[in-house]
Design a protein around this ligand. Structure first.
Ligand SMILES: [Zn+2]
Length: 146
């Protein structure tokens, strides 16, 4: 339904995981991806760009409009914010690296499962809740919009 797409940023230092709801918008819709380092020199244009915690995504809005309008979405609501916040082209998870981060963090807790099952369940719960709180305090917009 929606796949994971791994896309490098302009400077090549970072990579981000993306999902696209119903596979409606193909990856080339993202014309530029800037990580917190390479976004510094970029002039932000809200007509084509959306930002999240130092990252900037630029979309081919003309193509995005054609794709989304063919699904019955009215032209006036189609903005970069709309595309990102509704998940038509957005981080896979809460952050650009959420998928890998989550796997790594969970692996640590899973080690406990074999040793102490009760403690494992407690840790797992605390991790799940604490994680969302931490991401929220870091300022990621997908968590803020929960
Ligand atoms: Zn970069």
């Amino acid at each position: 339904m929606c796949q994971n797409h791994i896309i490098p940023c302009e400077c090549g230092r970072e990579k981000a995981n993306f999902m696209n709801l119903y596979d409606l918008l193909p990856p080339p819709i993202l014309t530029h991806l800037y990580c917190p380092s390479c976004s510094k020199g970029v002039t932000f244009d809200p007509k084509t760009m959306v930002r999240d915690n130092g990252w900037i995504l630029a979309f081919d809005m003309q193509a995005a409009r054609v794709f989304l309008m063919s699904e019955g979405i009215p032209e006036e609501v189609i903005t970069p914010d709309f595309i990102f916040d509704k998940g038509y082209f957005s981080w896979n998870g809460f952050t650009p690296t959420d998928i890998e981060d989550k796997l790594k963090e969970r692996k640590e807790i899973m080690k406990l499962a074999k040793v102490d099952r009760r403690k494992f369940i407690e840790e797992l719960k605390a991790w799940g809740i604490g994680r969302v709180e931490r991401l929220k305090s870091e300022g990621w917009r997908k968590v803020a919009n929960l």
